[in-house]
Design a protein around this ligand. Structure first.
Ligand code: ADP
Ligand code: MG
Ligand code: ZN
Length: 512
């Protein structure tokens, strides 16, 4: 049962209630940067090690140790900020964010507060809307509490702690409160995720927690400027969960507000099994982090040269690539956005197009359907760009060979159905599509003389259908094409055969 539907309003539909309230969403995303080592020590930044294997006195917060900033993490954060159009501060400050939690051995997290690395910027969505960013700052991750024995089994009344994640470099990316729907929130995250992979700032691995989202939502009467009271759903680690949690929160707050109640400012958690959120703590229990500048680290000062260097390393960004695909290849917006979704996929597509430029549109269709389906079935990932061959034999069919198959279909040498068989064969062998077509006897006959022989035979043997066609029964033509196909044992190219049939039956000139 949906809360909106259950809300009593005389004659009012859920849509009418929705229209009276405007949804306001702001997202805070934590992204683990793809570095070799942690943010302030030399421990490895790696997922999946044995618990507490990747620790040292610095990231365990021993007294007397000193942090040393990982410059590669800073560079990746600069690159990401530039990709998102942010203003990068030439001088930013690390700050201590103090709180007690068992996964935080230092008792504070090194973060940035009033002078963050970057501000402003925006993420363009495929819909054409965009989400403006408030800020991006650098910080370190905390450890992880385990409430079950690793590998299974409950731990009644106790928890374990794994400090491997302590000190892993993070950026926090905070949007302005101006996302208007859970769908847009999800689209924002998907686009952001693409940028992380495009720029190499993060591995973007959601299952391993490389990207975690806190989702804030409030409602306000439509037309109001001031924001309503928000709730924050913490630690969502999938796009789907973010959308679900926000949908739930929207309905829950709508229910409270339309009943004349007040939304409590609180932090909530999402339970995937039920799709519900539940309260973790209220505003009264909110933390006072007592931020102050980190005394053990100097200000982070960036030279122009350093920022320029990162600007030079920026790839063509997903929305730019997508616009170019629309322009250059005549693709629809959704097609272009899908193919530009990852660099390996876009590279694969463009390599195929380079081999058969006239086939840009049909190649797009083949990549989006057959190639993606087959990759999924085989559980194979396209190679990273930069590798010599984005199609290694046996893993994915090389793009040039796909192009050759599509060209055979476009020229009428191969039927679309037979082409799927050729694709399957060409995936695992080194035979060319041409060779496969001939070996399997799939080449369609387009030779007019040969086609005319079959057409004449079909006309002679099916006088009834011919008469019907002459009497205006257009379907008879389809039947006759079928007879030609039969006579040719399936090898006639149907469009050409139909054209010859039509011409012979009506005595008209060939259509251009
Ligand atoms: P907090 O101090 O609670 O973390 P911030 O002002 O730092 O709150 O904002 C955190 C996130 O919440 C930002 O993404 C911001 O856009 C969003 N946000 C702030 N106020 C609201 C609101 N009233 N409704 C929805 N989102 C909001
Ligand atoms: Mg917050
Ligand atoms: Zn360490």
């Amino acid at each position: 049962m949906s809360v909106a539907q259950s809300t009593a309003s005389p004659g009012g539909s859920p849509v009418a209630i929705d229209a009276a309230w405007e949804t306001v969403i702001g997202l805070e995303v934590h992204v683990q940067l793809r570095t070799r080592t942690k943010m302030f020590c030399r421990c490895e930044n790696r997922f999946g090690a044995e618990p507490n294997e990747l620790v040292c006195p610095v990231c365990l917060g021993y007294p007397g140790t000193l942090p040393v900033t990982n410059q590669h993490a800073v560079d990746l954060a600069i690159r990401l900020a530039l990709a998102l159009g942010c203003e990068v501060r030439r001088r930013s400050i690390f700050a201590r964010k103090n709180y007690f939690y068992p996964d935080l051995p230092k008792g504070y997290q090194i973060s940035q507060y009033d002078q963050p690395l970057a501000e402003g910027g925006a993420v363009p969505l495929p819909s054409g809307r965009k989400v403006r960013l408030h800020r991006i700052h650098l910080e370190e991750d905390a450890g992880k509490l385990l409430h079950e024995v690793p590998g299974g089994g409950p731990l009644p009344g106790r928890s374990l702690v794994d400090f491997n994640r302590c000190g892993v470099p993070l950026v926090e990316i905070v949007t302005e409160p101006e996302i208007r729907s859970p769908e847009d929130a999800q689209a924002y995250l998907q686009t952001l995720h693409q940028v992380l992979l495009y720029t190499g700032a993060s591995d973007g691995n959601m299952e391993e927690g490389s990207l975690r989202c806190d989702a804030n939502l409030s409602l306000r009467p439509t037309g109001y400027r001031t924001l309503g009271t928000k709730t924050e759903v913490k630690n969502l680690n999938s796009f789907r969960h973010v959308a679900k949690a926000l949908e739930y929160e929207r309905e829950r707050q709508l229910h409270i507000l339309t009943a004349g109640g007040r939304v409590e400012q609180e932090t909530r958690s999402f339970e995937p099994a039920s799709g519900a959120t539940r309260s973790l703590r209220s505003k009264e229990e909110a933390h006072d982090y007592r931020y102050f500048p980190e005394p053990d680290l100097a200000a982070l000062v960036l030279t122009e040269q350093r920022v320029d260097r990162q600007a030079e390393l920026l790839p063509e960004l997903p929305w730019v690539k997508s616009a170019r695909f629309r322009e250059a290849y005549g693709l629809r917006a959704e097609e272009a956005a899908l193919l530009a979704g990852s660099v390996p996929l876009a590279t694969y597509y463009e390599r195929a197009v380079a081999a058969y430029p006239a086939g840009a549109r049909s190649i797009a269709n083949w990549v989006m359907t057959e190639i993606l389906r087959e990759l999924k079935r085989r559980n194979v990932q396209l190679q990273d760009p930069g590798s010599e061959d984005p199609g290694r034999a046996g893993e994915v069919i090389p793009p040039e060979r796909l192009a050759a198959i599509v060209a055979l279909v476009d020229s009428g040498d191969l039927s679309a159905t037979a082409a799927k068989d050729v694709l399957a064969e060409a995936w695992d062998t080194t035979e060319t599509p041409d060779e496969i077509v001939d070996r399997l006897g799939l080449r369609q006959v387009r030779d007019d003389d040969q086609l005319e022989v079959w057409v004449d035979a079909a006309i002679a043997a099916n006088t009834k259908a011919v008469t019907q066609y002459g009497g205006g029964r257009k379907q008879a033509l389809g039947y006759l094409v079928g007879q030609v196909m039969k006579a040719s044992r399936g090898s006639a190219e149907p469009r050409a055969a139909q054209e010859i049939l039509r011409r012979k039956l009506t005595g008209s000139a060939p259509s251009p």
